[in-house]
Design a protein around this ligand. Structure first.
Ligand SMILES: NC(=O)c1ccc[n+]([C@@H]2O[C@H](COP(=O)([O-])OP(=O)(O)OC[C@H]3O[C@@H](n4cnc5c(N)ncnc54)[C@H](O)[C@@H]3O)[C@@H](O)[C@H]2O)c1
Length: 245
């Protein structure tokens, strides 16, 4: 059973924590008593964090320095959450090389860089959660680089899980459906008829609504805690049934 007391005093590093899902996870962990280091390219005004570090996850130099700094402040990490991400609504044929690099480097390479930097500073039994997407499981039109990055992240999760067993570190990923965050909302706002799109898109999720940050926070807490002690290399699909069709 998930024991909320387990989180108290344990250290976590959460990338992408200045907004949306990452911010929600950082807040939930902080409310449960964890010492949370936020890492984002943007500043956060979230109160009560152990540290808020500015770093671009695409840069190994920036990530290595930030994670070293974080470890110096909080010691060993029990939890790593890779949430930093960018989306790009563009077909495969219209995507420029610079756009491709930004999407792949943020969502995929950034996850690897943060986790690799954190590896020497992890507790035994640490848990790593990568935030992929249902776009990592099925294709979506006009989302080519994002689908490629998130699909790669599912496979990176499995590979990292196998590379982590020597220290009993677990690595899992979550594949959310459409979540109401600044990223999710700007995707809707960019549609020709945002209100109609939001209705149709909600109906495409068999549960009948779009997801909330809290939906993904609960999935992350499960994967981070020992409630999921026998779970590694897994893909937790939290998409309201979108990919079940
Ligand atoms: N919102 C959705 O519908 C949805 C669905 C599936 C998956 N996801 C994934 O969930 C994660 C969080 O998305 P969100 O909806 O909360 O988006 P968001 O835009 O609200 O938050 C993303 C955060 O990542 C940070 N970030 C972006 N690029 C960065 C970089 N290079 N270095 C450091 N930080 C960087 C941003 O500053 C921001 O704080 C992303 O990986 C996203 O792909 C979102």
């Amino acid at each position: 059973m998930l024991d909320p007391g387990w989180f108290a005093g344990r250290a976590a590093i959460v990338s992408g924590s200045a907004s949306g899902i990452g911010r929600g996870i950082a807040r939930a962990l902080r409310e449960l008593g964890s010492r949370v280091v936020a890492l984002d390219r943007n500043p956060t005004d979230e109160p009560g964090l152990a540290a808020a570090l500015i770093a671009d996850v695409r840069s190994s130099k920036a990530v290595d320095a930030a994670v070293r700094d974080a470890a110096a402040r909080v010691g060993r990490f029990a939890m790593v959450v890779n949430c930093a991400g960018v989306a790009l609504a563009r077909s495969a044929w219209e995507t420029t090389e610079a756009e491709w690099d930004e999407v792949l480097d943020t969502n995929l390479k950034g996850t690897w860089l943060v986790t690799r930097a954190a590896w020497p500073h992890l507790e035994e039994d640490a848990s790593i959660v990568n935030v992929s997407s249902n776009a990592g499981l099925v294709g979506f039109p006009e989302l080519a680089a994002y689908c490629a990055a998130k699909g790669g992240l599912v496979q990176l999760t499995r590979a990292m899980a196998l590379d982590s067993t020597s220290r009993r570190v677990r690595v899992n990923c979550i594949c959310p459906g459409h979540i109401r965050t600044p990223m999710g909302d700007s995707f809707i706002a960019a549609q020709p008829d945002p209100a109609a799109f939001a209705r149709q898109h909600a109906a495409a999720h068999p549960i009948g609504r779009l997801g909330t940050v809290e939906d993904i926070v609960q999935a992350a807490l499960y994967l981070l805690s020992p409630a999921s002690a026998f779970v590694t290399g897994s893909v937790l699909v939290a998409d309201g049934g979108y990919t079940a069709r």
